[in-house]
Design a protein around this ligand. Structure first.
Ligand SMILES: CC(C)(COP(=O)(O)OP(=O)(O)OC[C@H]1O[C@@H](n2cnc3c(N)ncnc32)[C@H](O)[C@@H]1OP(=O)(O)O)[C@@H](O)C(=O)NCCC(=O)NCCS
Length: 175
């Protein structure tokens, strides 16, 4: 039998969720920087998709943000986004919430016609969603290395690589 509390609903974030999203993000990372990054990405209009995981009692227990990435050269026709940050409340981590958010996000981006998704995160976590560090080597960005991973959602994305990309401005100030 499944436990209802272990199956949060995944839905698009609304303005009413913003304070809860800040709390979840800050508690997941143990600092304020990522919560500020989400606010800045939202206020500059860079967010392509924002999802929350909500418990039956209405509590927001997880959040994922995808922001616009700009491709140069052959990449300028592609819709490219970046997954960051993804946060799950510390008391709900390792229960599948993060994976559910990421999977739902990728599905929604595919439906929206997004071509390519990038992420900078643990190389042990993201490959199970299809992210690939080898593919990301064909994406010239301020980031490189095993943590920088890419997921092509369309043939157009694969055909356009290699490309150069620029992330939304709030990432420049973020360490
Ligand atoms: C990373 C995070 C979003 C994952 O969400 P989650 O709900 O805890 O993850 P899930 O339950 O869906 O998946 C758990 C699996 O993911 C993997 N995993 C989770 N966090 C990981 C990490 N930091 N590094 C490597 N693997 C990780 C593990 O394989 C884990 O399986 P296990 O419990 O059997 O070892 C969440 O742990 C979190 O908010 N962490 C703090 C903030 C953070 O680091 N965000 C990501 C920055 S890119």
């Amino acid at each position: 039998m499944t436990h209802p509390a272990l199956e949060p609903e995944i839905r698009p974030a609304t303005p009413a969720d913003e304070a809860d999203i800040s709390l979840v993000t800050a508690s997941a990372f143990g600092q304020e920087g990522e919560a500020r990054l989400v606010d800045e990405l939202r206020s500059c209009g860079a967010l392509v998709l924002e999802l929350v995981a909500v418990d039956r009692d209405g509590r927001v227990v997880g959040h994922v943000a995808f922001s616009r990435v700009t491709g140069a050269g052959a990449g300028h026709r592609l819709a490219i986004s970046c997954l960051a940050p993804v946060s799950v409340s510390p008391d709900r981590q390792r229960g599948g919430v993060g994976s559910a958010l990421i999977r739902a996000g990728i599905t929604a981006l595919r439906e929206q016609g997004e071509d390519l998704v990038l992420v900078l995160g643990p190389p042990a976590y993201y490959p199970c969603f299809g992210f690939d560090a080898e593919l990301a080597k064909k994406v010239a960005a301020p980031y490189a290395g095993a943590a920088f991973q890419a997921l092509a959602l369309t043939a157009a994305a694969r055909a356009a690589l290699p490309i150069e990309v620029t992330f939304a401005t709030p990432f420049e100030a973020f360490e």
